[in-house]
Design a protein around this ligand. Sequence first.
Ligand code: ZN
Ligand code: ZN
Length: 301
Amino acid sequence: MKITLFGVRGSFPVPGKETFRYGGNTSSLCIEFNDKDFVIIDAGTGIRNLGNYLIKKEEGLSDINILFTHTHWDHIMGIPFFAPIYSGGAKIHMFGPSSNDEQSLKDIILSQLEHKYFPVSAHELTAEVTQNQLSETSFELLGAKISTIRLNHPCVTLGYRIEYKNNTLVTVFDHEPYHHTIFLDDGTAQILEGNSPLSSFKKLNDRLMNFIEGADIAIMDSQYTKNEYFNGKQGYGHSYYEYTLWLAKEAKIKKVVLFHHDPVRTDAQLDVIAKSIENNIVENSYQFEALLAREGMEIII
Ligand SMILES: [Zn+2]
Ligand SMILES: [Zn+2]
């Protein structure tokens, strides 16, 4: 499997001279199983470059599978600029959860293509778009086994486990630890106090731990530091990197990629965080490798 990160930023795109090394585009990654088979995860602004990469690589795009973690804007906003949707003969298969009962996954995503927002409307697309609405499930796609798990975020959100020829990739974003906060189905956050959470919600944390266990690569939410998280960021649906490293250790992950950087973070600040991650790994004697996600990063397993 070759994994390329085309967008690593959380919440909002932040291009500019202070973010160019880690990258300003929002979530989008490509997982290539071989020369022709691939899946995309999420369609943040990074999917624009991903689409150009696919077009350069292949003549006549046919089937394109996009797995959506959820429909928050930073994970879908690149769709109108994903060139293959304008390619006749391309078939775009969208997989993922819908975030409400009234609209399907496809309707939510394509609702960005209306003349009031964008010059092209959804019914003018030349590519064929289909959808497979997912909840917690497991299925085969292109010879890979794909499983999903519900995450803790203020919108129905799925983590993915992708197994292909003895290699495993998992994604855990966007997600907040159940120990401290739990989101109700209407998206409101309940911030947990006292001792009860550790026992009451251990089951949910353990369930996630089992789901990701033993993965070769885990791409995981680490938007905040512990200090930021406990000083006003609880209930936003994101993790802090100290927790993410601990979760990776408990789940026996081989390599963790810390992902979904806060949009306020400059390259210089991310360098400082990279250093504290190194220290955290040494102090805790963690035996795995941890990398801060960077746009353009390629990982081969
Ligand atoms: Zn996000
Ligand atoms: Zn989100």
